[in-house]
Design a protein around this ligand. Structure first.
Ligand code: PLP
Length: 441
């Protein structure tokens, strides 16, 4: 990690007007202790060496920056995927869970609290706690418990206690509420938050643990292409994978940074300033300040708030935020599965769908990096349910290509423009019949 000097408006837990620590009095001292411990850990070579070792030997970093040849041929742009899906536990969440797990251990904490939406942060926290021998309790909205059953089972197998949350919309917001309540009641526990949200110092700390995504991407793309990408794209729930990718590119004005929110939970696009989960940020709220209900097919993006640094990046024009809906995400899953043999998480599929569409607006040969934040195993039940009874052409084939995707017949001319050898192109194999597979499963 190579900390950069922050400008004055981004110090003391604030990012311009956003951030801060709006918490009940019982949490003021525990949060001050987390901040102090983190400041020490940043400067402690042993802590940093252990963190880097775990990232490398346990999580499997660096993750690959994969040139998606088939997508590139289809779009005429050079598409790269940052493969966080290949990490241990299946998503970027492990980076932060290991960092904060080590911090909890260094602070001598005996119990860890976490929240989860899609279950990936819950699994990553349960994993870190099993490794570091700390009991772990994970709060999860009961709707998410239902739609991410596989991850609930994984957490339990890893020794964590999973507590379903029945209040509110029974999703991520409610899980964070409950985790904060537990933290208030047990301030001697460690709250291992899963995204760049919550009171200071969490947003900056989670960003620092996730910036490895962007640091690696920069190095890898320079090695492969000899220049920085034209655009980098990531999905945004609370915003940790996106912040991890964008932060090291912040000063690279020539690199367009695009955060893709779920259309039914687009806090930057449709939100207003308010306080949620201890931080001032952009929030989806009613006229009288109540948190608005959200919807997304992906549990991990189904959140009414967003990390405060993203709110700042949006105001400053550093990152552009756009919405993608459920249909886009499903299209992203289908497209990536069929064209590259990679089944993405529904969260990441939002970035895939928008990233591909956006790439088409750039000149031919442009370089676009899409962050593949996680793998899709956890979403298979949702996908099976969604595509049950669908006509084959709804889920595969040319008719379902997103607008602007080039048909395979144009491939030979594109190959030349992309500098690819003719022999590199594989025959388009017959894709499997999703409907048939779903119905016989
Ligand atoms: C695979 C994956 N990607 C993205 C997210 C969204 O979180 P964040 O915006 O913090 O990266 C989640 C959340 O659970 C996830 O599981």
């Amino acid at each position: 990690m190579n900390p950069k000097e922050e400008p004055a408006e981004r110090k003391n837990g604030y990012f311009g007007p956003y951030g801060g620590r709006f918490v009940p009095e019982t949490l003021v001292e525990p949060l001050r202790q987390v901040e102090e411990a983190y400041e020490r850990a940043k400067k402690n070579p042993q802590f940093q060496a252990r963190f880097q070792q775990l990232l490398r030997e346990y999580a499997g970093r660096p993750s690959e920056l994969y040139f998606a040849e088939n997508l590139s041929l289809r779009t005429g742009r050079r598409i790269y995927l940052k493969r966080e899906d290949l990490l241990h536990t299946g998503s970027h969440k492990i980076n932060n869970a290991l960092g904060q797990g080590l911090l909890a251990k260094a602070m001598g904490k005996k119990r860890v609290i976490a929240e989860t939406g899609a279950g990936q942060h819950g699994v990553a926290s349960a994993t870190a706690c099993a490794l570091l021998k700390m009991p772990c309790v994970v709060y999860m909205g009961s709707e998410d418990v239902e739609r991410q059953k596989l991850n609930v089972f994984r957490m339990k197998l890893l020794g964590a206690e999973v507590v379903p949350v029945e209040s509110g919309s029974k999703t991520l917001k409610d899980a964070i509420n409950e985790a904060l309540r537990d933290f208030c009641a047990h301030p001697d526990s460690y709250y291992l938050i899963g995204s760049v949200v919550g009171p200071s110092p969490y947003p900056e700390m989670v960003r620092d643990f996730q910036r490895v995504i962007g640091d690696e991407t920069k190095e890898q793309i320079l090695q492969k292409e000899g220049r920085l990408p034209d655009a980098i794209v990531a999905c945004v729930g609370g915003g940790s994978n996106a912040m991890g990718l964008f932060y090291p590119f912040e000063d690279d004005a020539g690199v367009k940074k695009i955060g893709v929110e779920a259309a039914g939970a687009a806090s930057i696009v449709n939100g207003k300033v308010g306080v949620l989960h201890g931080a001032k940020t952009k929030i989806l709220q009613t006229r009288d300040g109540q948190i608005e209900g959200t919807h997304s097919i992906s549990a991990g993006l189904d959140y009414a708030g967003i990390g405060p640094e993203h709110a700042y990046f949006a105001d400053e024009g550093i990152v552009q935020y756009v919405p993608a809906d459920d249909a886009d995400a499903l299209e992203g899953v289908r497209l990536l599965s069929e064209s590259e043999g990679i089944i993405p998480a529904l969260e990441s599929a939002h970035a895939v769908a928008f990233g591909i569409r956006y790439a088409k607006t750039l000149p031919e040969g442009a370089i676009v990096v899409i962050n593949l934040s996680g793998r899709g195993d956890k979403d298979v039940p949702t996908l099976m349910q969604h595509w049950k009874g669908a006509r084959t052409t709804d889920v595969q084939g040319e008719t379902a290509l997103p607008p602007g995707i080039r048909a395979d017949k144009d491939v030979p001319t594109l190959m030349e423009k992309l500098g690819l050898e003719k022999t590199e192109v594989k025959e388009k194999t017959k894709s499997f019949d999703v409907k048939e597979k779903v119905e016989t499963a």
